[in-house]
Design a protein around this ligand. Structure first.
Ligand code: SF4
Ligand code: MSK
Length: 648
């Protein structure tokens, strides 16, 4: 309790430091240490890049064929690349390739999870299937009979359906989409010709479509972007979360902590970083099992901590604390107190081995596609996971003796943070108020205006903007206006660090109407206090949970998702995945905010389609706003308009 009393102070202190790199005082402390230790960070490398290329910034540089690079001049000549492609086409093709990058990352992530589930179901893997409830709900959606059958049989059949989607050689849509997306959306996407079939084929076709001399129609290319956003949403997010919940269980509310202060001065500190719970869950399991070995090595035990979405996965299911979000990955190593950082896929900077070389930290890579030249590579496979995880944890323990106390400085900042808000656990909490119709109390409060609306705030940190600043300021403004916020990914960690994910956060930040609802639900559900005003819904793939929640609310009200008083935001987006996730949100019919300008402004046509025309097509569109208060106000106005249209 005493910890998060300081939260607001921590935040204010960060602002007072007036360092435009971060509002997080722990981050600022470590950036100063980096300077003293002569260690380069992303901020230094960013400064060395300035000014960044203006053509790239506007999206008007093309390197697709070897006649390039071609660039068009927004203020004069040339207006076309060698092949005749103009700014509209170049920007549209670049955007589609960005979205392909995001969709491919997520689809590959879920493909690995499906394989793991399949082998686990067949008894060939070191994983026990824990999500019995999820097996039933997913089987029911897919039309698989599960009554009276062993979990493993049903799980194997579910894995087969998923694999069939990736092997689908017909023109039928992905089964995971028709089974899990709202029917109204599926019909809309079919009407627009953007309903995906086989995700691998869609990714291939989009690469083909954007190659030299194929699609010359920027509008047609943009429609493909919409389709690839939907590929991400269902072959990546929805499939990934469903399969991971089956393997590891559905998250339930759990108390944890966030910020660099979670690292322990006299324990073996192991940081999990990346995205795959297949790796991080096993590390957690073996860290518990080998606690005695750590004591025998002279430490007080093992402290686990997370960075990025590997951290979010094990926070959601195991309560493992978060060391930090994307821009804190180097900073965790700079504490000098991390024995080992284990990474799998996505979002780990190639720089971490270089930073680690200045301390005793060991970096371990675990996947064939995610290797680093100076790291130790210990490839994880479902059938060797136990041995590999034990090996990795033992390496961390052995490395404890190499820690140099002179180089250790762990910031003291950390905040309590609750996680584990799956749709199932939210519905569970609401059913304490109405067991028959759990969504009714929430919807009634939305109608009454106590909850004005809801916004999903997701995505990364980006070195171009002050770490956590836009996220925190925007969310404060939304909460004060009674807008409920749900968060995932590095945004969730951003707000976790400042006390927004605590019951006290409701008192501190929520407007009166929202506060009363959070209190009523929290108390009825036996949480001993209000629900936190920002609900941690998980990792980046867990954005599907937000989609599920929207689908359930729309279904309950008998309207389309596009009619709901909701919005989405990625205030500090960085990764291609954030662009593809945002495109999926727009395809669902959600107004989606970007707090960093995507490289599209070189084409007035593309900019207009994304920020205007898409609304007529799907009921959702993007808007860009760098000022967090203005961004929040735009979403609040949008919510007000949706409420009015619903007659509430
Ligand atoms: Fe230049 Fe066209 Fe080749 Fe792009 S595809 S590099 S615009 S010639
Ligand atoms: S980890 S994609 S920086 S949210 Fe999912 Fe964070 Fe963005 Fe990576």
């Amino acid at each position: 309790m005493s910890e998060h009393h300081h939260d607001h102070d921590h935040y204010t202190k960060g602002i007072m430091f007036a360092d435009d790199r971060s509002i997080d005082p722990a981050a600022i402390e470590m950036l100063h240490k980096a300077k003293a230790d002569n260690v380069e960070t992303a901020h230094d490398r960013y400064a060395a890049q300035l000014p960044q290329c203006g053509f790239g910034d506007l999206g008007i540089c093309c390197r697709i064929c070897l006649q390039g690079p071609c660039r068009v001049n927004p203020f004069g000549e040339p207006k076309k690349g060698v092949c005749g492609a103009d700014a509209d086409l170049i920007v549209a093709r670049n955007l589609l390739r960005t979205i392909v990058g995001g969709a491919a990352s997520h689809a590959d992530h879920s493909y690995m999870a499906i394989h793991c589930l399949k082998e686990a179901a067949e008894g060939k893997a070191d994983y026990e299937i824990k999500g019995s409830d999820k097996i039933k709900t997913v089987a029911a959606k897919l039309g698989i009979d599960y009554e009276g059958r062993p979990d493993n049989d049903v799980a194997a059949e579910i894995a087969d359906v998923a694999l069939q989607d990736f092997g689908n050689a017909t023109d039928e849509p992905m089964r995971w989409i028709t089974a899990t997306a709202p029917k109204e959306r599926v019909d809309k996407w079919a009407e627009l010709g953007v309903l995906p079939t086989n995700p691998d084929r869609e990714i291939r076709a989009a690469m083909h479509q954007t190659s030299m001399g194929v699609d010359g129609s920027p509008v047609n290319t943009l429609l493909a972007s919409l389709k690839l956003g939907i590929v991400d949403g269902y072959a990546g997010l929805q499939l990934g979360t469903d399969i991971q919940d089956i393997l590891f269980g559905i998250p339930q509310p759990v108390k944890s902590e966030a910020n660099l202060g979670v690292l322990a001065p006299s324990k073996v500190n192991i940081v999990v970083h990346g995205h795959m719970p297949e790796v991080s869950e096993k590390i957690v399991e073996w860290a518990h099992k080998l606690e005695d070995e750590a004591r025998a090595a002279g430490a007080d035990g093992i402290q686990l901590a997370g960075i990025c979405c590997s951290g979010n996965e094990v926070l959601m299911r195991q309560g493992v604390p978060m060391a930090g979000n994307y821009l804190s990955q180097e900073l965790a190593i700079i504490t000098g107190a991390v024995e080992l950082m284990v990474v799998d896929v996505q979002c780990f900077m190639p720089s971490i081995t270089k930073v680690a070389s200045c301390y005793h930290t060991k970096i371990v890579t675990t996947t064939p596609i995610g290797q680093l030249p100076d790291a130790e590579h210990i490839p994880f496979t479902p059938d060797t996971a136990d041995a590999k995880a034990a090996d990795i944890v033992r390496k961390a323990i052995a490395n404890y003796a190499n820690r140099d106390p002179q180089k250790v400085q762990i910031p003291t900042y950390r905040s309590e943070a609750w996680g584990g808000f799956s749709v199932e656990s939210i519905v569970g909490a609401l059913s304490a108020l109405d067991a028959e119709q759990p969504l009714k109390p929430l919807v009634d409060n939305i109608i009454a205006g106590n909850v004005f609306g809801a916004v999903g705030v997701v995505g990364c940190n980006n070195v171009k903007v002050r770490q956590d600043y836009q996220t925190v300021e925007m969310i404060k403004h939304l909460l004060a206006n009674n807008v409920l916020v749900v968060a995932t990914g590095c945004t969730a960690t951003a707000v976790a660090k400042y006390g927004f994910m605590t019951p006290e956060g409701a008192e501190m930040y929520a407007g009166d109407g929202l506060k009363a609802v959070l209190k009523a639900v929290g108390e009825a559900a036996g949480l001993g206090g209000p629900l936190p005003p920002v609900l941690h819904m998980g990792s980046c793939v867990d954005n599907s949970r937000i989609g599920d929640l929207l689908g359930a609310l729309a279904g309950y009200l008998g309207v389309s998702i596009k009619d709901l008083p909701v919005a989405a935001s990625a205030p500090e987006l960085q990764h291609e995945k954030a662009v593809s996730i945002g495109t999926w949100a727009v395809a669902l019919g959600v107004l989606t905010h970007c707090g960093v300008v995507p490289p599209v402004l070189g084409s007035p046509l593309v900019t207009k389609v994304l920020t205007d025309d898409l609304d007529q097509l799907v009921g959702g569109k993007f808007f860009v706003e760098l000022d967090p208060i203005k961004a929040a106000d735009t979403m609040i106005e949008h919510i007000a308009a949706k409420r009015k249209a619903l007659g509430i």
